[in-house]
Design a protein around this ligand. Structure first.
Ligand code: SF4
Length: 687
């Protein structure tokens, strides 16, 4: 592809697919990757890697890679030079600000981009444009984790590390399928179970690890809060709590105790579909364990009451005294994308600056203004769904999207596409002409993770280095270079000449990362945040002395169960849950252009054989799925892992239209979409 520099060698970097953060060794010869090997010294993967990290790199050389900027002329995206493209964008941004002020511009940063790129993007929006309208795709996945864990404990991250979790004697795995979505974590958890740890799985489907579970809680999609309240009820009723910890380090017990009186096993069985006996057994296993750990995924967060779900789940760890005490391994979210933790850490959020300082806090703004030499806007900006709503309403004049295929992966994509078509200027930085890029006015050719320099933060808060194994093809540039070029086109100097300088600036501004630098990471491999001092190690396990809340206490939350936004009815009698498969990654723009396509070539609809019989469907039959919002055509896959009345599919092939189906409901606290509960009906064939 293009005139890629001829490079040969061996490069140590961090996987750019999921949030596990496996260390990889990339072998190149004459500008081509010849092998990707798991690094035996990798702090997270220790010599393992999955089918994505090891083999899904063919996309780098795909003939459809974008190698020149594209500008829409007479309705067609036409190749142009970078200077023509940037002039057009700069003119458009100036016009947008002139028409509607700085808040008429918004940016969607990228969980696939490095920390340094995310830092630069949010700095560009705040300094060069003058708005807090910047968000990232954590809005669509773990924003409820950030909100829920911060409210409970004070910091926006898991409480412990994967190494800690491996020491657990009881694992509570909730709403996650790590065997497919985070395979190296799945393998490490399975090894722990095979070595004797007890396992409770809470998931509507029989996910991979459920086959090894002591108890499988098959709760109805959307009933998490009732389930967690039921477990807490049993723990309190049977004295399976840490009284000393509750007395000295916890707030909110009386309110929670009062609420839990209404969540006895029989009522919870009626709300969740989980038999009372299973609930009792799970609560006793978790409550009696010496070192219990909770690991959870998007099955907890992507709900109308996702933040309540995180709070209600955190209650279990607090009641048991399993966080901040050394007697358990807390509560740990499995982050989805490679750098979704880092994108938020770097302040690519509408209400938070780097290191989670609030934009509404005058002292935090003053600190940032001091480092940046420019004032910081004080009004929180728009979240991603609000950006699309503003575009449809005509108030958003310019939208800059970095490495996110929002027309394929956001919910209710028909309305997302309408928003892009209405917005006067849409700029996209992409590897390929994605569904989103097709609707852009300007498309800037981007570099992939194997062509970048910087750092990622993985799901357990570890900073790790990302190093380029190849140069980008043709005129493609890193997002880092593109942001600088765009700032220059506007006459703004962002400083931060190199990724190392950029992380150093972030460290000066954010005490959580003050002790972390490229130089240190090159020497030590990985450092966890918080790390306030370059002479101290990062903290893999949090809150040993006090919690980071204002009063130093862990906060229990009394969250009542509320029903999901979508409920089945006669017209839409089934519940659709979406998620990932093992060979592909999100919208599939990368993995579909690799040999992994031979492993999974279509989006399947998993359904129970009884439902298949009801609809006259056999294995491999085409099936049309309809919801209140849209229509998708999938391939039927009969599976005993499903419960009758529920169906499951992934969203790796945008042409199947899965996210036209997903609903408009979103978490009431964070606006995270309710991907996990959509009422649908099936029609055999493609209609
Ligand atoms: Fe990459 Fe995740 Fe697979 Fe590790 S488990 S190789 S980080 S996709």
């Amino acid at each position: 592809v293009g005139d890629r520099a001829r490079t040969s060698g061996r490069t140590r970097t961090t996987c750019g697919y999921c949030g596990v953060g496996c260390s990889l060794e990339v072998l190149t010869r004459d500008g081509e990757i010849v092998a990707v090997l798991p690094d035996h010294d990798g702090p997270v993967n220790r010599g393992h890697a999955c089918v994505k990290g090891r083999f899904a790199h063919g996309f780098l050389h795909a003939s459809e890679r974008l190698t020149r900027p594209l500008l829409r002329r007479d309705g067609l995206l036409t190749p142009v030079s970078w200077s023509e493209a940037l002039d057009h964008v700069a003119r458009g941004l100036r016009a947008a600000v002139a028409a509607g002020g700085p808040d008429a511009v918004a940016a969607i940063s990228s969980a696939r981009a490095t920390n340094e790129e995310n830092y630069l993007i949010q700095k560009f929006m705040r300094v060069a444009v003058g708005t807090n309208n910047v968000d990232n795709c954590s809005r669509l996945c773990h924003a409820p984790s950030a909100a829920g864990l911060t409210a409970a404990f004070g910091l926006s991250g898991g409480t412990d590390s994967l190494d800690d979790v491996e020491g657990a004697d009881c694992l509570l795995l909730v709403g996650a399928n790590p065997v497919e979505a985070h395979p190296v974590v799945g393998a490490r958890l399975l090894r722990r179970v095979l070595h004797g740890a007890r396992l409770i799985v809470a998931d509507p489907r029989t996910v991979g690890l459920a086959h090894h579970a002591d108890v499988h809680l098959r709760s109805q999609p959307g009933s998490n809060v009732a389930l967690f309240n039921g477990l807490a009820h049993v723990m309190l009723a049977e004295g399976l709590v840490d009284d000393d910890f509750l007395r000295h380090r916890v707030a909110g017990l009386p309110e929670l105790t009062a609420l839990l009186a209404g969540y006895g096993p029989d009522r919870v069985a009626a709300l969740t579909g989980v038999p009372a006996g299973d609930l009792l057994e799970a609560a006793r296993l978790y409550g009696r364990a010496e070192r219990p750990a909770i690991v959870y995924g998007l099955g907890v967060t992507e709900h109308l009451h996702g933040t309540d779900g995180v709070r209600a789940l955190a209650n279990l760890a607090i009641l048991r005294g399993a966080v901040g005490t050394g007697h358990g391994f807390g509560i740990n979210p499995l982050r989805g994308q490679n750098n979704v933790q880092g994108a938020s850490d770097m302040g690519a959020l509408p209400d938070l600056l780097p290191g989670y300082a609030k934009v509404t806090d005058p002292a935090a703004r003053a600190r940032a203004a001091d480092v940046w030499g420019a004032p910081v806007p004080d009004r929180p900006g728009m979240r991603i769904p609000e950006m699309f709503a503003a575009a449809r309403a005509g108030t958003l004049q310019a939208l800059w999207i970095v490495g996110e295929d929002v027309c394929a992966t956001d919910p209710d994509t028909v309305r997302v596409t309408e928003a892009l078509e209405t917005c006067p200027l849409v700029v996209c930085q992409e590897l390929f002409l994605s569904e989103t890029a097709r609707h852009a006015d300007v498309v800037l050719p981007a570099a992939a993770w194997l062509e970048k320099d910087g750092t990622f933060v993985n799901f357990d808060r570890r900073f790790q280095r990302v190093r380029p194994a190849l140069d980008p093809p043709g005129d493609a540039r890193t997002d880092f270079a593109a942001v600088h070029a765009l700032a220059s086109a506007l006459g703004v100097d962002l400083g931060c000449r190199t990724p190392a300088e950029t992380l150093a600036e972030c460290a000066r501004m954010a005490p959580l990362f003050a002790g972390i630098s490229h130089e240190r990471l090159d020497r030590e491999g990985a450092v966890s945040w918080p790390c306030p001092d370059s002479l101290r190690p990062g903290e893999a396990s949090l809150y040993r002395e006090r919690f980071s809340t204002s009063d130093g206490l862990a906060h229990l939350a009394a969250c009542p169960y509320l029903p999901p936004g979508e409920t089945p009815d006669d017209r839409y009698p089934l519940v659709l849950v979406t998620g990932r498969r093992w060979a592909h990654y999100n919208s599939g723009n990368m993995t579909r252009r690799t040999a992994n396509l031979q492993l999974e070539g279509v989006d399947l609809l998993d359904l129970h054989p009884a439902d298949a019989a009801r609809y006259g469907l056999g294995e491999g039959d085409p099936v049309t799925v309809r919801s209140r919002y849209g229509r998708a055509v999938l391939t039927a896959h009969l599976s005993d892992d499903m419960v009758p009345g529920q169906v499951f599919c992934a969203f790796h092939f945008p042409s199947s239209g899965v996210n036209t189906l997903t609903s408009r409901h979103a978490d009431t606290v964070t606006s995270c979409p309710e991907y996990k509960v959509t009422a649908v009906r099936l029609i055999p064939g493609c209609v």
